[in-house]
Design a protein around this ligand. Structure first.
Ligand code: SAM
Length: 429
């Protein structure tokens, strides 16, 4: 897309094209959901839009159709804000989930920040969240088209008086010095994708932190210069990169681990900067957090013991932030094996967003024949298999179990205790 298309899409004609393309797209998807296999047809959509707007430039028609396609794809992650956004595929793939950006903005506000420098702002989702929280933002983006999209998005959302978008390379000392002169906080979301190498339509992930843009050592250098710096990183980031004296937050949204954030020092909605690790779990829009003031490498070994009446499967954000022992302590529980993230308790832990819980009906060393007999005796004809620290695939286990039909279902958790595989039959219903 050419940067001039951004203005054209925001003109009266561009807006009319977007409205009609959206209506056509909604109608096609509605018919597809009702069983019409041929309803979604990009060629038909283009010719219908061209017929309705005979004078429109064909490249603008196709840009409007692409925006509508990208908005549909981004909506599950970004929500209804997509209706006000213009984007590129790369920009939307890298954009922060709206809820994660909002919770981050709450932390910046709580830490006393007033003016955030968003260094590498992409299409602007973090800048928008900061501004919506009342913070002033200077957003810098090296790619002119992406910067134009960020500026358009900010303006469309009525935030132009709070967010200034600059085209520039933040690793240029002059650009950085100018931006930092007015900011009292920094946010960096380094690009971790390589648009030149694509895989199934998506740009490939770059795993080496020194190949991110900006590179990780540069981010750490900025953090040393500006108190209240945080960087968004991939949730699988190596724990060794965790900032010493800072805080690492892992966020999950409805069970998906979506990002990690490293902050120097810790930022907190309550202004508390002693937190070293945080699991932030968002379920149906509601956040819950579990924190520790102890660095990952300094934590005490977890309590370990025999199986109790309940088994808990912690959320991935709890596991990645190394807070499984803390959760066990909070619930008066223990781990079955110090290296495996299953917690067991003697009393009902009750429902919690931090961990799924299962009532243990039977514990036995894993032996397929014995497990099959036990399930059959209990009338279990259907199982949901969950596993940790065991190589076998749950579908393979279900296949070899070959359960005969039965009136009940059960959850079977399979794991290793020491060197021995165990099965726990839970929640027979
Ligand atoms: C992961 S994206 C940011 C996404 C953004 N947080 C959002 O939610 O929309 C990173 C962006 O940084 C930009 N970028 C990379 N290196 C940069 C640099 N040296 N200076 C300025 N921008 C840079 C990239 O072009 C990309 O748009």
């Amino acid at each position: 897309m050419d940067p001039s298309v951004v203005d054209a899409l925001r003109s009266a004609e561009g807006r009319a094209l977007l409205t009609d393309a959206t209506a056509h797209d909604n109608d096609a998807h509605g018919r597809a959901a009702a069983g019409d296999a041929r309803a979604i047809d990009p060629l038909k959509a283009a010719s219908s839009l061209r017929r309705a707007h005979p004078g429109a430039n064909p490249s603008l028609v196709s840009a409007a159709l692409s925006q509508v396609r990208m908005r549909r794809r981004a909506r599950p992650r970004l929500g209804d804000i997509v209706d006000s956004l213009l984007m590129t595929d790369d920009g939307s793939e890298q954009a922060t989930r709206t809820v994660a950006a909002e919770l981050r903005a709450v932390r910046y506000l709580g830490s006393g920040a007033t003016h955030v420098a968003d260094l590498g702002c992409g299409i602007g989702l973090d800048s928008i969240a900061f501004a919506r929280m009342g913070l002033t933002v200077t957003a810098v983006e090296s790619d002119p088209l992406t910067a134009a999209l960020a500026a358009a998005n900010v303006e469309e959302l009525g935030l132009a008086d709070r967010v200034r978008v600059i085209v520039g390379d933040v690793t240029d000392d002059t650009v950085l010095a100018t931006v930092l002169a007015s900011a009292d906080a920094v946010f960096v979301d380094p690009a971790r994708r390589d648009p030149a190498s694509r895989n199934e339509g998506r740009s490939a992930r770059v795993t080496d932190p020194e190949s991110w843009s900006p590179r990780w050592s540069w981010v750490v250098g900025v953090a040393a210069r500006v108190p209240r710096t945080a960087a968004k990183v991939a949730p699988g980031v190596p724990h060794e990169l965790t900032p010493v004296g800072g805080c690492a937050t892992w966020t999950s949204v409805d069970g998906d681990l979506v990002e990690a954030e490293f902050a120097w020092p810790a930022m907190d909605s309550a202004g508390n900067n002693s937190v070293r690790r945080r699991a932030l779990i968002v379920r149906k829009g509601e956040p819950t957090s579990l924190t520790s003031t102890i660095d990952l490498l300094d934590q005490a070994p977890p309590p370990v013991g025999d199986i109790g009446s309940w088994l808990l499967e912690p959320d991935d954000a709890v596991i990645r932030s190394g807070l499984v022992s803390d959760l066990a302590a909070l619930l008066g529980g223990r781990l079955l094996d110090p290296r495996v993230a299953y917690i067991t308790t003697d009393t009902d832990p009750g429902p919690s967003p931090l961990a799924a819980h299962f009532r243990v009906e039977l514990a036995l060393p894993l032996h397929i024949g014995r497990l099959r007999d036990a399930l059959r005796e209990r009338g279990v004809g259907r199982v949901v298999i969950k596993k940790r620290a065991i190589g076998q695939d749950p579908d393979d286990i279900r296949r070899v179990l070959a359960l005969p039909p039965g009136p009940h279902t059960a959850v079977v958790l399979i794991t290793r205790i020491g060197d021995d595989p165990w099965a726990f039959v839970c929640d027979i219903r």
